[in-house]
Design a protein around this ligand. Sequence first.
Ligand SMILES: [Zn+2]
Length: 448
Amino acid sequence: MTTVIENCAIATVDAEGTEHADGHIVIDDGRITAVGAGSGPAADTKLDAGGCLATPGLVNCHHHLYQWSTRGLFQQATLFEWLTGSYPIWAHLDGEIERAAARAGLAALLLSGCSTSMDHHYVFPRGAGDLLTVEIEAARDLHIRFHGTRGSMDLGKSSGGLPPDEITEDRDEILQASADAIDRFHDPAFDAMLRIALAPCSPFSVTKELMRETAEYARTRNVRLHTHMAETKDEEEFCLELFGVRPVEYLEQLGWLGDDVWLAHCVHLDEREVLRFGETATGVAHCPSSNARLGAGIAPVAALTAAGAPVGLGVDGAASNEAGELAGELRQALLVARLDGGPQALTAREALALGTIHGARCLGRGDEIGSLEPGKLADIALWPLTDLDHGGIQDPIAALVLGPRPLVKHLLVGGRTVVEDGHLTTADEETIARELAAVSRRIQEVAA
Ligand SMILES: [Zn+2]
């Protein structure tokens, strides 16, 4: 079954930055077989994408889907204040809340052109059930390419950590659950819809032993590693006080820099640390809206990419970024980079590359997704250019990145249409919104 998408502008985001003002894309059996100028060859199905820009589907590199149930709280808090306020609420998570929050978060991602997302899930209250399986089922139902992570916390307040002991787990229990998650779900295949990574939460909620053992175990299973890193000055002070070193040195001592690792935030890096990211090809998930919401600072994105580190984009959990739509982070990344480094700091095309090919590299999938090239998976976003929001901007990539709140017209994942004319084909958006409102009310009432 071949499909041809035609009559659209195309930004391939390949290594040469190839663009077509009017071009076509050929898809066969879920993969791209040709991209070029003008109209395409005969095919079983034709999709007329007149008035649209085609880009690779966006890749979300950092999220906590459960946080869709606790949006809008602790509005003036620092990271540590926000966390200590949120932990007792998150202790009431259960399968129903996880399901509704995950479906809402994934719906927002799909509608904003995101075809691949990870999720960093690290809160497993006792008796809450199998929350990782719940969110994996939500991703399967909505048909988004998904990298679930088995996250963890084992450093509670009584041992000098930040989270209350009730939501931490025992180290052996965590390692067993990590093994089970890989056994049950991890698919290494080229066109995998589901992969697993291991993701202890952060230096202030995880022991040194768990960090080291997780890295060793992940490498025996050939899965990737993820955690939070250098998000705030408070974290830096915490590491200096508890471990005697800055966060990046702490991670390096534990085997946590490398091309199989991507780290969220990385705001507070010095010049030498930026170079270490490049030398080790360690990935960064840049979350500009969340960093702004919590007043955490601005990550040195241009310096990191210049050093050779892949820098993808993340929406982060919706409790610290109520607008969990990934396409908006293209604009946000550009704006914060320029606030820090002037108007040359990041171009619209560089912002698009962060949200696509760089993100794919962070997830270890630079050969499979992240650009529109023959041989890659047909994960394709089609953005409207002629509506009130974007009409009249002659450069289609400027329209996408600089224009307001971009939502896709159509989104394909592995050649399957999951958003059509701006709506999900796999679920009912009103039902998702209603169920989200109900669980949000419940978790916040129970916690109060
Ligand atoms: Zn996060």
